[in-house]
Design a protein around this ligand. Sequence first.
Ligand code: G3H
Ligand code: ZN
Length: 310
Amino acid sequence: MTIRRDRVEGTYMTLQTVLTRSEKQGVGLGHFNVSDLVLLKAVFAAAVELGVPVIVGASEGERDFLGTRQLAALVKTLREESGVSIFLNADHTHSLTKAVEAVKAGFDSVVADFSALPFAENVAKTKEAVEALKAINPSVIVEGEIGHIGTGSEIHETVGDEFRTLTTPEEARQFVASTGIDVLAPAVGNMHGMLKSMVQGKAKKRLNIERIDEIKKATGIFLTLHGGSGTDDTDFRNAIAAGINIIHINTELRVAWRQSLEESLKRQPNEVVPYKILPPVIESVKQAAASRLALFTAQGSKSEMQKAAS
Ligand code: G3H
Ligand code: ZN
């Protein structure tokens, strides 16, 4: 597999350029959350192996653990040394202070997540964030979120009914028009985390493709699908064809991280050297990320969708 070098004469493609290009190609951009160096190395290795761009994300909790500036420095060096388009997103940011901190540290994008607030307050806070963040870096990408998709990239015992309420095309249109966001994250049947049955591969999350299509037509902007772990493969491809540009995956990588760490420790019960225990963990997480990246970047989603609709 050849690695596409995205560095041209010392400059790098911006996230905006990569999003525009991916949309034209009918492919999705994979976004994977990281909270340690093992996950970061694995996601980067998956993107290198497939020769595709990737977004690394860190929520407020993940950034608190890793260090906001430290993560930015790591991603910057990976980008410079490889020439691969690896972008950094400040995921689910609930305060302007934390968003500003990430943009100042060099993050390419921010998810300004005020979706727990009533619609009017969500609009006001998101608009404020767009203006403040673009004043610091005019090319930073700001994503806003409406609707409920649950909390926590964890294994849940049960799911509530809230996530069955979908974002309507009209509220999406209003939200985009009044906030000036670059990217919208709607609720379209997706939810954060996985049920045990999903971890075992016995159940899948299903998406409302028609609603994605309607929201895309109503807003005309880039769309992100959060809560990607455990989603049906065909739904992913149809969602990209209907207008989803970025797909977030977290729990699937966390599950691979934990399971492979347990296996590696069991295989080497007396080992204490981290660089001997952790390589199989990186490999396992890399495979989990690579299989999703391969699916999101497979060409032909559009024609499949059109065939399905006719
Ligand atoms: O922002 C992170 C994601 O939306 C991940 O969701 O844990 O269900 O993959 P997930
Ligand atoms: Zn999310």
